[in-house]
Ligand binder design. Structure first.
Ligand SMILES: [Zn+2]
Length: 273
């Protein structure tokens, strides 16, 4: 009904936080739930979403704890790029007080000013990010990336990082593309929720995730058109593009396995030389 894999009454959805090592420090793309959300979820998070999503908070899964487990300090995280400001993406921002936070201007405006409906008051939780001092917001006009508009030259980041506006789920929702040198990785955030939606031959979604995306969308036309464009991109780019979204646990596990394999190969090579 939901994740297309679980057999019991509960489904498993992830909240991906992506960490990238650059010559100038670490870059985090989205932050999942933060330490304060885990320790004391209310009133930081809405009771409605907490109950509806049956959120399982695990301290060891916060971005902060995972960064430390890799041997880094929280101050090594110099930049955070956000796909959007929903509570399940923005909760860990303040666990990295030295980071500059990059987001689309439209998204920050919406999160600060459009909190009028039942859903928007509960999805945007300013307490998660109101202490951030170093924001960089982008209007995103004019630049191109493949078949999308894009924001290039993010302030302080290397040119390999691009924000790719993908509105629909929220007003200023965006993906984040990274040029790895051997291909692109596109973190599509919540542009889609289920891996089957990116099936280029027969796109499909589970009923549960279709309903959830409908509940959370602000512009269905744009959301579905962006899914279509993402499938076109995948068709064109083939193996040169790694595409994933925030909440598909199977996609996440596949990427984690591939990442572990390539880091092992990398360290073997370096130990040998
Ligand atoms: Zn989300």
């Amino acid at each position: 009904m939901f994740d297309g894999a679980s057999k019991g009454p509960l489904a498993k959805l992830s909240c991906a936080a992506q960490l990238i090592e650059t010559d100038d420090g670490l870059v985090l793309i989205d932050t999942g739930y933060g330490v304060a959300d885990v320790r004391d979820p209310h009133p930081r998070l809405s009771r409605t979403f907490h109950a509806m999503l049956n959120i399982r908070f695990r301290m060891e899964e916060t971005a902060l704890h995972q960064v430390k487990a890799l041997g880094f300090s929280p101050s090594d995280v110099r930049h955070i790029i956000l796909t959007h400001l929903d509570f399940d993406h923005a909760g860990g921002i303040e666990d990295f007080p030295n980071a500059r936070v990059h987001v689309m201007e439209l998204e920050k405006d919406a999160a600060e000013r459009r909190r009028r409906s039942f859903v928007t008051r509960r999805r945007y939780r300013p307490v998660q990010w109101d202490d951030v001092r170093d924001w960089r917001t982008y209007a995103g006009k004019g630049e191109k990336w493949l078949r999308f508009d894009a924001v290039r030259d993010l302030d302080g980041l290397p040119p390999e990082f691009l924000i790719v506006p993908l509105p629909g789920h929220t007003w200023g929702h965006a993906g984040v593309a990274v040029d790895t040198g051997v291909g692109w990785i596109l973190n599509a955030g919540d542009a889609y929720f289920y891996r089957g939606e990116m099936d280029i031959k027969r796109p499909h979604c589970t009923p549960g995730l279709r309903a959830y995306q409908t509940l959370m969308e602000v512009d269905r036309g744009k959301r579905l058109a962006n899914q279509e464009r993402l499938r076109d991109l995948k068709r064109e780019q083939g193996g040169k593009l790694t595409l994933f979204c925030s909440h598909d646990a199977i996609e996440l596990e596949t990427l984690q396995a591939a990442n572990n394999q390539s880091s092992r190969a990398y360290s073997d090579e370096h130990l040998a030389s």
